[in-house]
Ligand binder design. Sequence first.
Ligand code: SF4
Ligand code: NI
Ligand code: CU1
Length: 708
Amino acid sequence: MNLFHIIYAGTDQYLKRAEEMVKKAVAVKGTEAPVRLPDTAYALPVIYAVTGEKITTVGELEKALDLARGFIHQGRLLQDALDAGTASALLAEIIEAVKYTLEEQPYKAPLQGHLTDAQIRAFGVPLVTQDIPGVAVLIGKCRDSETAGKIVREYQELGVLTFLVGKIIDQAVAEGVKTGIDLRVIPLGYEIESVIHAVSVAIRASLIFGAVAPGDFAAHKKYTKERIKAFVNVFSDWDEKIIAAGAAAIELGFPAITETYINEVPTLLLHQPDNDKVLATSLEARNIKVKVTKIDVPVGVASAFEGERIRKDDMYAEFGGTRTKAWELVQMKAPAEVEDHKIELVGPDLSEAGTVPYRLPFAMVVNVAGKNMQPDFEPVLERRLHYFMNYTEGVMHVGQRNIVWLRIGKEAYAKGLRLRHLGEVVYAKMKDEFNNVVDKCEVIIYTDAAKVAELEKELALPRYAARDERLASLVDENVDTFYSCTLCQSFAPAHVCIVTPERLGLCGAVSWLDAKATKELDPTGACQPVPKEGLEDEHKGIWSEISKAVEKASQGAVSRVSLYSILEDPMTSCGCFECICGIVPEANGVVIVNREYGAITPVGMTFGELASMTGGGVQTPGFMGHGWHFIASKKFLRAEGGIARIVWMPKELKDDVRERLDAAAKELYGIENFTDMICDETIATETEGLLAHLEAKGHPALQMDPLV
Ligand code: SF4
Ligand code: NI
Ligand code: CU1
């Protein structure tokens, strides 16, 4: 069988359909109508990355067709099948874009179709921490549903981000596989063209995190091949279009593994007829190593279950929320006081429920000991409890400290889950993730109402208070060491975060204490101490030793950093920031937008568009990615006048930061209720309305020195 001919036959089919779709779009919408995939700043991202052309109107789709024809032509001349693969990708994107142009939402749940920039950015942290060790694209129809369910579930339990295309979607759903972006199993669509939405994720990673220039296709291919550990599995029968799509994947460096024999190309196109081995073959082809800790519990434990929700009707038991007391605490103890792997329950277990849902008070006390353990690490370990319990299938955990809210599903109870198992999970994960710090660990769970209340008063509350005191004293002035974090360099090769007590990493996941603990866990790892020496400008946050550390860690890409400025040598961004801040010259201030907010802002851009102005470890004065927690800091934009420059934020973000922001504004400027002076989308999303609000409220930014 001639692979070249198969691929070209597939490409011709894409071309024919794309031509028809464009014709239809012109007839229905006219050439001037906008053509746009939702919530991306990169137009039709694959076409943009490959050719540098931003296709924005229906009329321009003709040009896009020509670009694809160019690849077909070139491939025929050069006898290069991969060019046909690239053409197929461009054509599939045209077809999908027309679907979104003709119809507001062409994909209905559980189908996902196109992913937004914000959704891709949110994958940043789990990708760098290897929580997501790889990306699988499963195409076609398995020989039976049982096999499909088993394979998809196996990927899910390893945390692999799994995209489904074709009949395998129904098969997986029929087997009870839980799907959705939060659960890392994403059904894209039934038609093969929908596979482009997975390609688009990889390509946008290259644009967003890699800061690779649009049009530099060679550099994009290098990026996807080296940094995105993706691969394709084709099940059962294939057709020409599937193989052409496979060629596109191979061109990006993603191997394709097929169940039916087509042909074999070493390391790129592999044949694996045994369904039981497809996972191992795939991981090996991409050199993906997964760490599995076997935990003796009757349900799955995997990071992919973190996003699982337990609805009221599916709930077997509930702790905390508003109905009962629930709290958790990790405390350091002397080695002699901790009995390793002791799991104890004080009070009734789930099986003693009279009625369902069973509501009980809850407390979890985790005692740890180790020679490298420090009291400063207690909150770092404690915050992980949320994740460990959430990773447990059928368990939902919200909150922390004494505002914990826990739900356990009926299905999990039926499978045999009991409270002791939560202790097992926490024990195993603590020992695994903090192996260098935790030598011994014991877990005691209380459901006895009197005990829960008594220990909260005597043990937990004083401990929280002592920690709060320590945290309040943790300001940049009071430490002599900051930390660099280079975790995101696996995706954004030149990016370095400098983490200080008041400025946490832009991902929001790495505080100064986290960085300190990470250094202890992995002395030569991603977080390294940087001495706060060589003061150049205290107000703007410039130290020569810190600039030097950034220069070294960024391999010379950035040589000077000012920690408290957005205009002068600002800190770089990788792309996974929680919030983006950008200046509005008209209002003499800045807007801040969180990733969850999808609509337009007064600078005329959405989160995604603002976010696309910076990233990939490049310094972009006027734009700054940052963590949510940094907003109310006295160091936020201090060089430009501080938090008084904030003129607009989405309502939800305002409400989240209000308490701390108001307190900071009162202390810095003597202003009461500062957050109310800040505009939001319920008041205005254009500059006139914004200015009117600022004037009516007497917002301080209007009186400040010109920002630019
Ligand atoms: Fe990435 Fe910075 Fe977060 Fe480290 S602190 S994980 S480099 S965003
Ligand atoms: Ni869960
Ligand atoms: Cu990042």
